[in-house]
Design a protein around this ligand. Structure first.
Ligand SMILES: *[C@@H]1O[C@H](CO)[C@@H](O)[C@H](O)[C@H]1NC(C)=O
Ligand SMILES: *[C@@H]1O[C@H](CO)[C@@H](O)[C@H](O)[C@H]1NC(C)=O
Ligand SMILES: *[C@@H]1O[C@H](CO)[C@@H](O)[C@H](O)[C@H]1NC(C)=O
Ligand SMILES: *[C@@H]1O[C@H](CO)[C@@H](O)[C@H](O)[C@H]1NC(C)=O
Ligand SMILES: *[C@@H]1O[C@H](CO)[C@@H](O)[C@H](O)[C@H]1NC(C)=O
Ligand SMILES: *[C@@H]1O[C@H](CO)[C@@H](O)[C@H](O)[C@H]1NC(C)=O
Length: 354
């Protein structure tokens, strides 16, 4: 898919071939050479799955992060996604490092998707675990060792680089960035990547209310971040994190490829590493979403969860996709759900588009 985007178009070839003479042939050859060059060093092809049947079979395991949706029974929370341990093993970092933003979970951290890496991976991971919660029961199962640090703080887009990445001397090419903040993931990731940090793997969450190709992004503003009622991260409605397409578009601009989608968890890997380890990737966001979220064994139990499915918005999206102005139609609907400023009574700004 990516490769064909870079190839010269058929019409360009036809124009050159049209002259039907030797010079034309030579020109064509030169043109072909020039056009081919960037292609070969930009992106090499990778293994792609188009349909679930083509997906390489993975062993099933219980993804504890899915406990969130309440009524889904434990034996339905299984996943056939690549686990982080599998992927990190393929990459085999010499000095593995994890930056985990939003590291606290019930039962001392054991439900965090990175927990197995910290307990069961050699060489031992160094890690910086961050969470605003100071409740020891959200952390006390993490290994107590000198190369794992826990910080209790909120993380903001405007301070992450100075207060965390630079302060703790984190390498530009660290192994794994995990983000779970239920709010401004897109803004935070943009700040980190824009500063030149290139984590090999990014594990984050998206807002599944907005299926591909819908772009939904709550616009972050450091001046008004405390003004919203409710704050995005404590919202019990559909207005919180950015959509899958928003996330993929942002990360693609930094050369990250979607590798895995497991319910609302997503894993992106730096494109050059995907080529190197030859891990299989989904064709696009849509097939990944349909397989990993809509067809997930927990989905049926989670439709009642207001952060996962909203009938009103779902219906509106279907109608809006057939309107001349998608954004205009959707704005009337999303405004109903947007948090309101305690100071100005204005609605939380956001982007909704296709
Ligand atoms: C971690 O281990 C150190 C020394 O082994 C000990 O002093 C400290 O209390 C431990 N911390 C926790 C949270 O258990
Ligand atoms: C920061 O890390 C680099 C290696 O990643 C090391 O060479 C350097 O000494 C470190 N600086 C500080 C201040 O710890
Ligand atoms: C952030 O909000 C303040 C106060 O409403 C406003 O003046 C400013 O323009 C906003 N910043 C951006 C980047 O939108
Ligand atoms: C993405 O990869 C291309 C090709 O290797 C490179 O030219 C470009 O600078 C990269 N972009 C970023 C943001 O790293
Ligand atoms: C979309 O609009 C076209 C014509 O405007 C109409 O024929 C079609 O039935 C519409 N589809 C849906 C799903 O509303
Ligand atoms: C769609 O509507 C929005 C306002 O809701 C407007 O800003 C935008 O220019 C419109 N786009 C088109 C293509 O008409």
């Amino acid at each position: 898919m990516y490769l064909s985007d870079e190839l010269p178009t058929t019409t360009s070839y036809q124009k050159v071939l049209g002259c039907g003479c030797i010079i034309g042939g030579i020109l064509f050859f030169m043109y072909f050479q020039i056009q081919q060059k960037p292609v070969s060093f930009i992106w090499k092809p990778v293994q792609v799955w188009y349909t679930p049947e083509q997906r390489i079979k993975r062993p099933t395991y219980i993804n504890q992060d899915h406990a969130f949706c309440g009524p889904c029974p434990a034996d339905k929370r299984f996943s056939t996604a690549w686990q982080l341990t599998d992927l990190v093993t393929l990459i085999s970092p010499k000095t593995p490092f994890l930056l985990n933003i939003g590291a606290g979970t019930a039962d001392g951290g054991i439900y965090d998707p990175t927990y197995p890496l910290l307990t069961n991976f050699t060489p031992l991971f160094s890690a910086l675990l961050i969470d605003p919660s100071t409740n020891p029961s959200h952390f006390n199962a993490y290994p107590n060792r000198s190369n794992i640090h826990i910080i209790h703080d909120y993380i903001w887009s405007e301070t992450i680089v100075e207060n965390i990445l630079q302060k703790y001397n984190i390498s530009k090419y660290f192994t794994l960035l995990k983000v779970d903040i239920d709010s401004y993931e897109c803004s935070l990731l943009q700040s980190i990547l824009q500063s030149g940090y290139q984590p090999q793997i990014i594990h984050t969450e998206f807002n599944p209310i907005f299926a591909p190709p819908v772009i939904f992004i709550p616009i972050y503003n450091s001046t008004t971040k405390h003004d919203w009622k409710p704050p995005l991260w404590s919202s019990s409605g559909p207005f919180y994190g950015c959509s899958l397409s928003a996330l993929s578009k942002l990360l693609l601009s930094f050369n990250y490829t979607l590798v895995e989608l497991d319910f609302w968890d997503v894993i992106y890997i730096k494109r050059d590493i995907v080529e190197l380890i030859q891990v299989q990737v989904p064709l696009n966001d849509k097939v990944a979403y349909e397989y990993g979220f809509m067809s997930h064994s927990c989905f049926a139990y989670c439709r009642g969860n207001v952060k996962l499915y909203n009938e009103h918005i779902d219906g509106a999206i279907k109608t809006a996709l057939n309107q001349s102005n998608f954004t205009k139609y959707m704005t009337n609907i999303i405004d109903l759900f947007a948090p309101v400023s305690k100071k100005t009574n204005l609605k939380h700004p956001y982007i909704i588009s296709i």
